[in-house]
Design a protein around this ligand. Structure first.
Ligand code: AP5
Length: 220
């Protein structure tokens, strides 16, 4: 079972992926998480991409395709997994074409694309209130899903902070980049891959119920 979670920044891709991955034995592959881990580790890759992330622009396709190649091949070798759940990839036509080539090479396919269609006002509200645990990466929201103790992760006790790119001017940039470079790739998949559009403005639990219905049907 190989799924793509698609939608603008803040539409809930990461939140939903965390809920789905255990139930369906899927590896959650988030390009954003992979890049932020590289930045935190101060690796060569991290130093090359740090300013790009902070600006809200996209990292180059060749870097992203290299990361995804490794991640997808690792899932294929892991017998305990039923597949992958992509979050934040593909994001450009070049990445979608690169994914096609990789899937052809490995004899794999995308089973469904789940589009979380959230409005600009909703995602601005969410991103400006989002907080993330620096240790276990659990995502919170100051209004919709707050920590019990301010700034402390409920799960691991780690420090909970605001993401560098969740400042108002960078949020606006990321949303513009999504409209210009990412939303158009849905055309690339039209008629080739099953596509399911969900109202991403709905409460978290309702979105999960909708996705589970879709995944359940795809798995049957
Ligand atoms: P990335 O990490 O992929 O960020 P994004 O796509 O901007 O998505 P977000 O993580 O911001 O949002 P989300 O949809 O996961 O929402 P979440 O569940 O957290 O990318 C970051 C950067 O990395 C990019 O800008 C780029 O520079 C680079 N990059 C990454 N991938 C790349 C690629 N393929 N190519 C090139 N560059 C790449 O939810 C948000 C908040 O809302 C949370 O607080 C949550 O609690 C709350 N929430 C979620 N759902 C709901 C709901 N239904 N109702 C109320 N609140 C909700």
């Amino acid at each position: 079972m190989n799924l793509v979670l698609f939608g603008p920044p803040g539409s809930g891709k990461g939140t939903q992926a965390e809920r789905l991955r255990n139930q369906w034995k899927l590896r959650h592959i988030s390009t954003g998480d992979l890049l932020r881990e590289a930045v935190a580790a101060k690796s060569d890759l991290g130093q090359r991409v740090e300013s790009v992330l902070a600006s809200g622009q996209l990292v180059s396709d060749d870097i992203i395709l290299g990361l995804m190649r490794d991640a997808i091949l690792a899932v294929k070798k892991d017998a305990s997994l039923a597949g992958w759940l992509l979050d934040g990839f593909p994001r450009t036509v070049g990445q979608a074409e690169g994914l096609d080539a990789l899937l052809a090479e490995t004899g794999t396919r995308v089973d469904a694309i789940i589009v979380l269609d959230a409005t600009r006002d909703a995602v601005i509200d969410r991103l400006s209130g989002r907080r993330t645990c620096t240790q276990c990466k659990t995502v919170y929201h100051v209004k919709f899903n707050p920590t019990r103790v301010d700034g402390v992760c409920d799960k691991c006790g780690g420090k909970v902070v605001q993401r560098e790119d969740d400042r108002p001017e960078t949020i606006a940039k990321r949303l513009d980049v999504y409209e210009e470079q990412t939303r158009p790739i849905l055309t690339h998949y039209e008629g080739r891959v099953a596509m399911h559009v969900i109202d991403g403005d709905l409460p978290v639990d309702q979105v999960t119920t909708e996705i589970e219905r879709i995944v359940g049907r795809a798995a049957a």
